[in-house]
Design a protein around this ligand. Structure first.
Ligand code: CU
Length: 158
């Protein structure tokens, strides 16, 4: 398991400077062929909302370094009783959000959850949604595994 973690860290070193992989690992070329390389969430954030709000949205990028499609079938957070994966589509000139049964990340691909597109809909907040700090989240995968991560509360980049 340690080897797999190091392989993923090497692949993602460019966007995850806090990984503790030794510098030599960046030259580990065979890592790309590892079928079990761990998927990685980067750039996650949750939209800051007024104290009375009971829902908000989460955004992230997810990279699939493996050789099999990565299928996201849901998400969850201990701070929300309901979390859904939503897409956004234009209907008669209006942006409508739509529940996604699944989102597939092809091998070697990165999928972005971003304002105006895919997002995690965080609903039924258990308590007041924090206006700062980090929100714990998890992506649930079709194979029964999960990817845990935290997302800082903030505003979209200008
Ligand atoms: Cu939504």
């Amino acid at each position: 398991m340690r080897l797999i973690v190091l392989a993923a860290a090497a692949l993602l070193a460019a966007c995850a400077p806090d990984q503790d992989a030794p510098p030599a690992a960046t030259s580990a070329a065979p890592a790309a062929s590892s079928a079990a390389a761990a998927p990685a969430v980067t750039g996650a954030w949750v939209r800051q909302v007024p104290p009375a709000a009971r829902m908000t949205a989460g955004y992230l990028q997810i990279t699939n370094p493996g050789s099999e499609p990565l299928v996201i079938v849901g998400a969850e957070s201990p701070l929300f009783n309901a979390v859904e994966v939503h897409g956004t589509e234009m209907v008669d000139g209006m942006a409508r959000m739509r529940l996604q049964d699944s989102v597939t990340v092809a091998p070697g691909d990165t999928v972005s959850f971003e304002p105006g597109g895919l997002h995690l809909m965080l609903m039924q907040a258990v308590e007041t949604i924090p206006s700062e700090g980090e929100i714990p989240l998890a992506l649930l995968l079709a194979d029964g595994s999960r990817i845990d991560f935290t997302a800082p509360v903030g505003q979209p980049a200008q």
